[in-house]
Design a protein around this ligand. Structure first.
Ligand SMILES: C=CC1=C(C)c2cc3[nH]c(cc4nc(cc5[nH]c(cc1n2)c(C)c5CCC(=O)O)C(CCC(=O)O)=C4C)c(C)c3C=C
Ligand SMILES: [Fe+2]
Ligand SMILES: [Fe+2]
Length: 345
């Protein structure tokens, strides 16, 4: 093993504290080649697709990477902005907002950056840049409120893989999840209240989370339980009647059963049960992305309306809302004791 060479930090200087927020990542462009590279990296991650490697390699390279990139590129084109993918735009804004809040509170010794698990800016390159700037204590916060091995677990894998190549490493803290954090729950509840103050109260409020194969949760992934808990906590804050909301799972991929109920099937059946208006919120996504803006707000809207639904509302993600930034700053602050002293503590 040949380790990466890097400069030695002066042990007499205090060093800096790094806060790294991460998300899933997007292709570099909404075109076939970029989608192929992105999907190859993403879908080759054994945390994401838990299928025997040889079999999966044949399916991935033989079928999926020939069919999916074209289709997904078209979907990405429908949400792409001049500044890149929505996920990238929002994550960049979250990092800037969080940097302002944390530097106001703790001073310039705190450095805040963002990185993506797949595509760019890659976790290893961003971490390396932070260490170059003198970071010797690093807090990593994946912006997945609910833990899953496929997301937060995989982010830890990427960090560990990088540190495996280094001689020196910083002190490391890792935010596992924040599915029940008071400020996150409060920000979601406020978002719903504000949306409904403008658009009214629907027959049904649908909490939609990205799915994972049911098997992962049967084998011990806490994701399903954490999603249900998040919904319950928001419902408690808003004091919603039992029949006025439900929890669904979206973005199914492949043939085996995923977490249920499925969002698409639910929206196709609700009008037949007398539910004519719905609003959908996606609490598991900290930022709007392809899966919310295209899959939920366009594709699933159509399913509902085609099945006889009359009104469909999509409640945006928390993105870089002030309440979200302040929740993230609070979360970071709770993981920083001993490393920094806040001006307001
Ligand atoms: C194949 C299995 C997949 C698992 C398991 C999975 C879990 C998972 N994903 C997110 C968050 C996001 N996923 C996004 C896109 C996306 N997800 C999959 C597949 C799995 N996800 C694919 C193939 C794609 C790419 C788009 C497509 O081709 O359909 C995104 C959006 C990224 C963007 O650029 O906008 C997010 C965010 C979570 C939270 C999760 C498990 C809990
Ligand atoms: Fe996904
Ligand atoms: Fe999707």
């Amino acid at each position: 093993m040949k380790y990466l060479n890097h400069k030695v930090l002066d042990p007499t200087t205090p060093g800096k504290v790094g806060v790294l927020i991460t998300n899933l990542g997007s292709p570099d462009a909404a075109e076939r080649g970029a989608l192929r590279r992105y999907l190859k990296q993403f879908l080759s991650d054994p945390r994401v697709v838990e299928v025997p490697r040889l079999l999966w390699s044949l399916i991935l390279n033989g079928i999926i990477l020939n069919v999916r990139p074209g289709r997904s590129a078209a979907a990405y084109r429908s949400v792409w902005t001049d500044d890149g993918s929505p996920l990238m735009v929002h994550t960049r804004a979250q990092a800037e907002g969080l940097r302002a809040l944390l530097q106001e509170r703790y001073g310039e010794e705190v450095i805040v950056e963002f990185a993506m698990r797949y595509g760019s800016p890659a976790i290893d390159a961003v971490v390396e840049g932070m260490l170059e700037r003198g970071v010797n204590r690093l807090l990593v916060m994946p912006l997945y409120p609910q833990y899953s091995a496929a997301t937060s677990g995989s982010t830890f894998d990427a960090l560990a893989a990088h540190f495996c190549q280094r001689r020196d490493m910083p002190a490391l803290r890792f935010r596992r999840d924040y599915h029940d954090h008071e400020d996150y729950i409060g920000a979601l509840a406020l978002k719903i209240q504000q949306y409904q103050a403008e658009h009214g109260v629907p027959d049904k409020l649908v909490f939609s989370y990205h799915g994972v194969p049911q098997r992962y949760c049967d084998n011990g992934d806490p994701y399903y339980a954490q999603c249900q808990h998040t919904t319950q906590l928001v419902v408690d804050v808003l004091d919603l009647p039992d029949d006025s909301y439900m929890t669904c799972f979206q973005s199914r991929f492949g043939r085996e059963p995923w977490l249920q109920p499925y969002l698409d099937e639910t929206l196709k059946s609700l009008p037949g049960e007398g539910v004519k208006s719905v609003q959908v919120i996606c609490p598991g996504f900290s930022a709007d992305c392809l899966e919310t803006l295209e899959e939920v707000a366009v594709e699933n809207r159509d399913y509902f309306l085609e099945a006889g639904g009359e009104s469909f509302g999509y409640i945006p993600c928390l993105n870089a809302d002030a309440e979200h930034l302040s929740a993230l700053a609070q979360l970071a602050g709770e993981d920083l004791p001993g490393w920094v002293v806040g001006k307001f503590e």
